[in-house]
Design a protein around this ligand. Structure first.
Ligand SMILES: [Zn+2]
Length: 656
């Protein structure tokens, strides 16, 4: 679930909506939306800036629990009633927000105010990802377009016969075909990929208008265009931020190119030189992913050493689950004496008990760093498993219900490694909330928007084979070079493959917002950027009758994306700093700072700062430097980088 979607009309930052929708592949349930009417700012014109911000903080603190409660209900008990309650609550909170923003705009830089108020005013304005035009008619049109685009994506289906519903496939079914890179044929993958890209063709015209109106809103807020507003949220001039991302990409690009070359040559081995590549680029439908952003599904093709170092955590977790279940069944007299209903009840109890056991493992990592235990309310209120009696949104998310300690996760945990890792990730959000809960609500957000997703991922990097052994999930790992390379390749298919994608989405959007990419070149520019950064290409020309950017949720959903690129850089940088703090010496990829209070103290100190100061100052407290830096990515992947270079020796690399 992506909270921004629910607050589509004026989606605002996590500072006001402390729910982190996880993963860059957001879930896509459509959410109806209410119209928002802007009111003119409150007539009390005497309010000083300091008084205004104090009032806003107080009101947000008071109003917020109602919005989150309604939203929680809507996500954990899907239905018409909860939908009404949540959209009404959203409507009220959005109406208030637009009043705040209008009022915030009336204060001048030179007005007397504390530095904190100055920052809060800035955050209020910058937190808006969809800037509202002053003209109520334009605002209404913009919010309607936002809802429409969102709905078009959410209901997108590929039907071979549009008149027959049975021939339709949704994103889940199409993704599944692509994911099975081993069994799906070249043509099946191509058909699924092409099929999904038919859903966005009708988005082109509304999207173009959406951009125009959004830019009007940005100008009304004092920015050159919406891209300028988005880039403004990084405590530096927008142009400098763009250069920063170029510099970071420059650091990791050589590693990506090695991975791209190796993968491309594997595809050529499998499909032949005519089908496995396009002028050195990877065919867009052959990466196991609709957007070529995660190559994990290519594992069967690119696994360096067959079966080496596989930890098989899944079967260990399943065994633990079954032990709990069998114990419970035995206590109740055994299956022979129990009815089917009783067995189902007991199974559910066992599922919940085991899910909580997994959740305890994740909590143990954080408390091992000296962070507090999660409050009882967490264990009572969180959604750990999929209920049997109602529909829920299973997409993992982390929630702050009230800015005061009522934190939760919402998951449908199964005994799998994936879900265990997701727990460690979600807890990063949860502990961030707890650490900055004492700040005024406007400051309760990540230092910049890349930080929030990076916190838990940093912890996940520390889940080394040795750590997993220490919590009883795997046997003492046998260290071998082959196992190291296999482990690194798995990681690189997710993390390194993602980086250029994380960057190119907003490269395209910044161009669209500032007009350097014209509507008649939307698709051409998209594929030029895909080629430049990712080295991928479609097998047939994608003319301007298509609108391929719209096939990625965050474009019609209007969610900024550079944050995900930043988070991929930051998590390695944080990881290295915490390893250093823990006194670790040795190759970076083997470091785990688990149970190290010194590392925990430094991490917590950073989390506590929230968005209360410019992020470089916060960064400095942890890393000693004020800049984001990709060198830890290279240090981490050094063994794989060397290995890839050897594999690629004498092979054709690079692309046109
Ligand atoms: Zn997340």
């Amino acid at each position: 679930m992506n909270f921004n979607r629910a607050l589509l009309a004026l989606s605002i930052s996590a500072s006001l909506l402390s729910l982190s929708a996880c993963k860059q592949q957001a879930d896509v349930t459509a959410n109806p939306n209410a119209d928002v009417t802007t009111k003119t700012p409150a007539a009390s014109t005497n309010e000083t800036a300091d008084q205004f911000i104090e009032r806003v903080n107080n009101e947000i603190r008071a109003d917020y629990p109602e919005v989150t409660a309604a939203q929680w209900l809507a996500s954990t008990n899907i239905g018409g009633d909860s939908e009404i309650v949540s959209s009404k609550a959203n409507e009220r909170s959005l109406a208030k927000l637009s009043v705040y923003i209008a009022k915030a705009k009336t204060y001048k830089e030179t007005d007397p105010m504390t530095p904190e108020t100055k920052r809060a005013l800035q955050l209020l304005k910058l937190g808006v990802t969809l800037p509202p035009p002053n003209d109520p008619k334009q605002l209404a049109e913009l919010t309607q377009l936002a809802t429409k685009l969102d709905g078009m994506y959410g209901s997108g289906k590929y039907c071979t016969d549009p008149k027959d519903d049975k021939t339709c496939k949704d994103i889940g079914q199409l993704s599944k075909i692509l994911a099975d890179t081993d069994k799906s044929t070249y043509e099946q993958q191509l058909d699924a990929w092409n099929g999904w890209h038919t859903i966005s063709k009708p988005m082109r015209a509304p999207y173009q208008r959406f951009i125009e109106l959004s830019n009007i809103g940005a100008k009304d807020l004092g920015f050159a265009n919406t891209g300028d507003l988005w880039r403004g949220g990084y405590d530096m001039p927008a142009a400098d931020f763009q250069a920063e991302t170029d510099r970071l990409w420059g650091q990791v690009e050589p590693l990506y190119k090695q991975l791209q070359c190796y993968t491309k040559n594997k595809l050529v081995e499998k499909y032949g030189a005519d089908k496995g590549q396009i002028d050195g680029k990877i065919p867009a439908h052959l990466t196991g992913n609709l957007w070529q952003q995660d190559w994990g599904n290519l594992w069967p093709l690119v696994e360096p050493y067959k079966g080496v170092g596989s930890l098989d955590i899944n079967s260990v977790l399943q065994r633990q689950h079954d032990v709990i279940l069998n114990d419970m069944l035995k206590k109740q007299g055994g299956t022979a004496k129990l009815s089917a209903t009783e067995i189902a009840e007991i199974t559910r109890d066992a599922d919940l008990a085991h899910a909580k056991q997994m959740a305890k493992l994740a909590e143990g990592f954080y408390t091992g760093l000296g962070m507090p235990k999660l409050p009882d309310s967490f264990w009572n209120n969180a959604q750990f498993i999929k209920p049997r009696d109602r529909e829920v949104v299973c997409h993992a998310s982390a929630w702050d219900m009230n800015f005061a300690g009522d934190v939760r996760i919402k998951m449908c945990i199964t005994p799998t490694e994936d879900d265990l890792t997701t727990l460690y990730h979600e807890y990063g959000h949860v502990y961030y909330y707890l650490a900055y809960n004492k700040l005024p609500p406007i400051f309760q957000a990540g230092a910049n928007d890349g930080f929030h997703e990076a916190i838990g991922d940093t912890i996940v990097l520390s889940m080394t084979p040795d750590y997993l052994n220490s919590i009883g999930l795997v046997d003492k790992p046998v260290v071998s070079q082959e196992a190291v390379i296999n482990g690194q390749m798995r990681m690189a298919l997710a993390k390194v493959a993602f980086m250029p994608f994380g960057l190119m989405i907003d490269r395209w959007r910044w161009g669209v917002f500032d007009g350097s990419i014209k509507p008649e070149n939307y698709n051409k520019a998209w594929w030029e950027l895909k080629a430049k950064y990712q080295g991928v290409a479609p097998v047939t020309a994608r003319g301007e009758d298509n609108f391929d950017p719209g096939a990625k949720y965050h474009v019609p959903g209007n969610t900024p994306y550079t944050r995900y690129f930043l988070s991929h850089i930051l998590q390695f940088q944080f990881y290295k700093s915490l390893c250093d703090s823990s006194g670790y010496k040795g190759p970076l990829y083997q470091c785990s700072f688990a149970n190290n209070p010194e590392a925990g103290k430094r991490y917590w100190a950073m989390l506590e700062k929230g968005a209360s100061q410019p992020w470089p100052a916060t960064m400095k407290e942890l890393t000693g430097g004020e800049k984001m830096d990709g060198s830890a990515v290279l240090e981490y992947f050094a063994p794989l980088n060397t290995w890839l270079q050897e594999q690629n020796k004498g092979k054709q690399c690079g692309w046109k």
